[in-house]
Design a protein around this ligand. Structure first.
Ligand code: UDP
Length: 309
């Protein structure tokens, strides 16, 4: 297949592009580098099946030649980035999704949107299954991301229903691993950098809030299975192993063999109290389940951060 990946230089986009090339597909990558980095894809340029364009996908997209799939993975994805780039976050989820859908329609390609567990907001049910509609504050600081992704899902389903396009909606839960920026601001990269520098590890709030963390190779395997399975409705992808942030801080500290102290900072506004995917659908349909446990994933991630701090 010839596959377009938006956000190809980002955390997930770069792993996805490498995975697709390894499977023998051709990849056309697009990124505007507002949160992506050329370092994530430097090695891909050696592959003759990789093309790259520096471009902002919120503008009209013209891609010559055949395309079999359009995977829209471009977006800031860290809460501190939504605060820094609120309008680009809204635009890439809304206008960027529209442009990418239009391109997929024109090419008769499968369209996939990288959606998010943030569509569930601060959830009132745990674990979250695909039928749950969520609890989102549209006007809070996270609203720019949550609502853009909810719009993106609505737009994707409208193209599916109205234009009969094949679409995939991946609801991606917290994912971690190499290629996250050191200054990304999310819990894993923050804790990694702090632990490796023996600086205080900043736990927000009491640290009793929970997340469920998926190692990136598992997530990408799930994405590929979803792309190749004929389901147009949303599918959760994530690791259901739920832990508190305080536990995560301790695990990162141990993995990094760090002497850091754990300190508490104010909880950001609208920070979800719990998050855990119900992955029954992915398990049943895609025969997918995460394989890398947290200790192993954190060890691999420490090795990456160690080479960079
Ligand atoms: N968090 C934390 N310390 C940090 C960064 C994040 O305690 O230095 C917390 C944050 O408040 C949230 C959880 O870690 O409860 C996960 O945050 P992240 O930014 O990784 O992603 P989110 O799941 O909130 O989108």
């Amino acid at each position: 297949m010839r596959i377009l990946v938006t956000g190809a230089a980002g955390f997930l986009g770069s792993h996805l592009s490498r995975y697709l090339l390894n499977k023998g597909h051709s990849v056309a990558g697009i990124d505007n580098f507002i949160t992506g980095s050329i370092d994530n894809i430097n090695d891909l340029f050696k592959n003759g099946k990789f093309e790259f364009l520096k471009y902002d996908v919120t503008n009209y997209l013209h891609v010559p030649g055949r395309l079999d799939a359009v995977l829209h993975f471009a977006s800031p994805a860290s809460p501190i980035d939504y605060l820094k780039y609120p309008i680009p976050t809204l635009k890439v989820g809304a206008l960027g999704t529209h442009k990418a859908l239009g391109l997929a329609k024109d090419k008769k390609a499968i369209f996939m949107i990288a959606s998010t567990s943030e569509v569930y907001g601060d959830p009132l049910v745990n674990p979250q299954h695909e039928k749950y509609w969520g609890n989102v504050n549209p006007v809070g600081p996270r609203g720019v991301y949550d609502e853009a992704k909810r719009f993106a899902e609505a737009m994707t389903m409208a193209y599916h229903r109205y234009h009969r396009m094949p679409v995939r909606i991946a609801r991606i839960f917290n994912t971690y691993g190499p290629n996250m920026r050191l200054e990304d601001g999310r819990a894993v990269p923050n804790f990694m950098v702090q632990a490796l520098k023996n600086k205080p590890i900043t736990v927000y709030g009491t640290g009793e809030q929970t997340r469920s963390l998926c190692y990136v190779s598992d997530l990408i395997d799930g994405i590929y299975r979803l792309l190749n399975y004929d389901i147009n409705e949303p599918v959760n992808l994530g690791n259901p192993h739920e832990i508190t942030l305080l536990e995560l801080a301790g695990l990162v500290k141990a993995a990094a063999k760090s002497r850091s102290k754990i300190v508490f900072k104010p909880l950001p506004e609208d920070d979800p109290k719990v998050r855990r995917p119900d992955i029954t659908l992915a398990k049943t349909l895609l025969k997918w389940r995460p394989k890398v446990d947290l200790e192993e994933g954190l060890r691999k991630t420490v090795a990456y951060f160690k080479s960079r701090v």
